[in-house]
Design a protein around this ligand. Structure first.
Ligand SMILES: *Cc1c(COP(=O)(O)O)cnc(C)c1O
Length: 344
């Protein structure tokens, strides 16, 4: 498969900026090539633009090759780069499931690229045929999110596969919540699908949302376009080192995930026991989508008690719904108590 045919012509022809750290690679004793201050080492030096040490660790962690990894300032950066690499403004378009993560649409808007939303089924399952019917020759990218935000469910695998196999373009599979799900990641079949880009992040299970580090995984060819277009030094040294230290402590992350999964089950049970709760949707993520008779009123009641949840009632297929992150045991207990205080 030749993926370059989907790349914007100007990006295909782009000769990327060559920074000092690219032009000389290897070990030397004196660096006078980048106009750095010789004092205040190591912070005075520009960081590795391709983050090779960190990528070696991520490659081992995820079972991929380092050349299949791009690191971004959160997932926000690869979302934007996918659009800028593949979509010609005012000409090409993007197709995405609805409801889903709002950032795809915002990024499309910023880049002046048409964004077509295709409703999921009422139970938030994917209908590949309906999705593909919304594509045309100008559709360069499809955004899928599994487990999906805000619905919390994994998209059905067979419909995702049908989408990936029948679409002549790029399919992004955003797996920000995959650590909380029982399903295998699409990374396990990355080599079989040259047109997919899988997103993971350190913001959720790893507890590093403030650090801003996201990952995109794809064929070496797609990653080489990411590397051409991204800012040369997008991941600073502090972040590279700090994330590396966290990866060395994977068992701590696994412990957090176990705790959150147990709390998710507990919280779902407690919410289901409240008479006015219309539905607690099944979740493969670290949040629960809850259908209520009065999302605005309940949101305000909780906010008055200092508890903030996400009101998703104006989102497609989510009328009356609140999205509630699974917190610590104490936070979840306080939430349940506050909901019991409510008379509906
Ligand atoms: C939270 C979330 C992310 C993570 O975004 P970062 O920029 O990496 O913090 C990505 N995708 C979805 C669907 C999310 O909900």
């Amino acid at each position: 498969m030749d993926i370059t045919k989907w790349v914007r012509p100007n990006i295909r022809l782009l000769k990327p900026y060559s920074c000092a750290r690219n032009e000389f690679k290897g070990e030397a004793s004196i660096y006078l090539d980048a106009n750095e201050n010789p004092m205040n080492s190591p912070y005075s030096r520009y960081p590795d633009p391709l983050q090779e040490a960190l990528k070696a660790k991520i490659a081992r962690l995820k079972g991929v090759r380092p050349s299949q990894i791009m690191l971004g300032v959160g997932s926000d950066e690869p979302i934007d780069l996918v659009i800028r690499i593949f979509c010609e403004p005012q000409h090409d378009n993007i197709v995405a499931i609805d409801p889903t993560y709002g950032m795809y649409r915002v990024c499309a808007g910023i880049n002046n690229v048409e964004y077509r939303r295709v409703l999921l089924n009422e139970d938030y399952t994917l209908d590949a045929e309906r999705l593909l019917a919304a594509t045309d020759r100008q559709t360069k990218v499809i955004f899928l999110c599994s487990p999906n935000n805000p619905s919390g469910n994994l998209l059905n695998r067979s419909e995702m596969t049908r989408t990936v196999e029948n679409f002549d373009g790029i399919v992004v599979v955003d797996e920000a919540y995959i650590d909380f799900s029982s399903e295998a990641s699409w990374l396990t079949v990355l080599d079989n699908y040259p047109n997919i880009i899988v997103f993971h992040t350190f913001s959720k299970a790893w507890g590093l949302a403030s650090v801003r580090c996201g990952m995109a995984f794809a064929s070496e060819e797609i990653i080489s376009f990411f590397n051409k277009v991204k800012y040369p030094y997008n991941i600073n040294l502090l972040t590279q080192n700090f994330v590396s230290e966290h990866i060395a402590n994977e068992s701590r992350k696994n412990g957090w995930v176990e705790l959150i999964l147990a709390q998710r089950e507990w919280l779902a049970g407690q919410l289901n026991a409240i008479s006015w709760v219309a539905k607690v949707y099944p979740s493969d993520a670290n949040f629960l989508l809850v259908k209520t008779p009065d999302a605005d009123g309940i949101y305000q009641h909780l906010a008055d008690k200092g508890i903030i949840v996400r009101n998703r009632s104006s989102v497609s297929l989510c009328a009356g719904c609140l999205r509630i992150t699974v917190g610590s045991p104490e936070e979840n207990a306080a939430l349940v108590q506050a909901l019991h205080d409510l008379n509906i």
